[in-house]
Design a protein around this ligand. Structure first.
Ligand code: CO
Length: 433
């Protein structure tokens, strides 16, 4: 029943998706190939679209199947994920010079685990904007693919305290080295970007580069790890594992009931943006699925109250070297199936009702499930679940597979869990419960 190629397909998707813009672009191709219609928010939509998708600001995407059953009475099933991951981003003035070296000037994005960024072969990718020959605005994705930068560790001989919990100052100690500069030479990134985009995407017509959303990423490809290959190691498992699996579930879903996926950018920085979970993207798209007549009759709230969302984001597996960081009664294991995330203070969304539905779904599909709550003396993380519940009033349950090293440049998850998750979300869309 589980597709044996799923972990490899997932790792390939992650490898090709170093930034939220690439995630959305790759999702767009998958949806287009499956016959989903590309709609835009700036234009009217045709009356009956059975399967479509919309993007906003290149980093967020919503895709839907309309279903055959009446929408308001039956509601919709929604899976929510995020497309962004903590990383280092280039500043507006992106270069600096020190000791004869050209470096990138970077800012941290989200809750970056800083130590693992040292000694990696880093590349650069994202979105650039500028002007074409006629002076019109142009934008394009860009990916250097090859390693172009490196943040070297300081030798232990020059820092005898290095293994004793040294702090990293992200302003002064994280600038990646890019090149050696000769006497009087300087490092002009705009020139490098223009040359690269003209070579890679001549059709974009760039004559000048004016601005960018560029981030650094590790070029080491994702891998199967473990004596029996029971783990997967990669950057961005949080949350591209969930994004890819939920997307596949939507592609696999039957057309009986309405099914939706929302992929939001900016989760790692609090979701407050036009394309984030606290913006209007989801409500604007869902409103357009409701007929004019129903809108006047409380259609939106009727739809929301008949609907259910799974907010899918990875959970913390209990780490064998640091098991005391978990509550003893809640210790999610890698390859142990999806984790139901509960927080009494609503940092995760859910209720006994939605938890029961999810456990019943797992039971019907033969998938194991686990529960997570934080230690009471540790601050709890959060995700798009509670935010979306508050914004549009839809009941939400937070779930996700267990992983190690969340927000590291290389994370570890179980290779069985993508299959577990796929079965659950597909069953959720198909309303097995
Ligand atoms: Co996440």
């Amino acid at each position: 029943m589980t597709d044996p190629a799923l972990p490899e397909d997932l790792l390939d998707f992650i490898r090709r998706s170093p930034t939220p813009y690439h995630v959305v672009d790759n999702a767009r191709l998958m949806l287009r190939d499956a016959g989903f219609r590309h709609l835009t928010e700036t234009k009217p939509w045709p009356d009956a679209v059975s399967a479509g998708f919309v993007t906003r600001d290149d980093g967020s995407l919503i895709a839907f199947r309309g279903g055959r059953k009446p929408l308001l009475e039956n509601g919709l099933r929604l899976a929510g994920v995020h497309t962004d991951s903590p990383c280092l981003r280039l500043r507006p003035n992106p270069t600096r010079e020190s000791q004869g070296y050209g470096q990138f000037s970077v800012e941290t994005y989200g809750g970056v685990l800083l130590h693992p960024w040292y000694d990696r072969d880093l590349s650069l990718a994202g979105r650039i904007s500028g002007l074409d020959d006629a002076g019109g605005l142009v934008s394009s994705l860009i990916d250097f693919r090859d390693p172009v930068a490196f943040i070297p560790s300081l030798a232990i001989h020059l820092d005898r305290e290095a293994n004793k919990g040294r702090n990293i100052n992200p302003q002064t100690e994280l600038s990646p080295v890019v090149l050696r500069l000769g006497e009087g030479e300087s490092f002009d990134l705009e020139e490098v970007l223009l040359e690269r985009i003209r070579r890679d995407r001549p059709e974009a017509g760039f004559a000048r580069v004016l601005s960018w959303d560029l981030l650094l990423y590790d070029t080491q490809p994702p891998a199967r790890v473990g004596i029996h290959g029971e783990f997967i190691a990669s950057a961005r498992l949080d949350n591209l594992l969930s994004a890819f699996v939920a997307l596949r579930a939507l592609l696999d879903a039957e057309d009986e009931y309405a099914s939706v996926i929302v992929c939001n950018d900016h989760e790692e920085v609090g979701s407050v943006s036009a394309s984030g979970a606290r913006g209007t993207f989801l409500s604007a798209v869902l409103e357009r699925l409701i007929s004019e007549e129903d809108k006047g009759a409380g259609g939106f709230s009727r739809l929301m109250q008949n609907s259910l969302m799974l907010s899918v984001d990875n959970a913390h597996g209990v780490h064998p070297n640091f098991a005391d960081r978990h509550d003893g009664g809640h210790r999610p294991m890698l390859n142990g199936g999806p984790v139901i995330k509960i927080n009494a203070n609503q940092r995760y969304a859910g209720s006994s009702r939605s938890v029961a539905l999810f456990k019943a779904l797992c039971g019907k599909t033969g998938v194991p499930w686990q529960s997570f709550t934080n230690r009471a003396d540790l601050a709890c993380g959060s995700t798009i679940g509670p935010l979306t519940a508050a914004e549009i009033g839809i009941p939400v349950l937070d779930i996700g597979v267990a992983q190690f090293g969340m927000h590291s440049i290389r994370e570890l998850a179980g290779s069985e869990d993508p299959g577990h998750l796929l079965r659950c979300i597909t069953a959720f869309y198909n309303r097995l419960v």
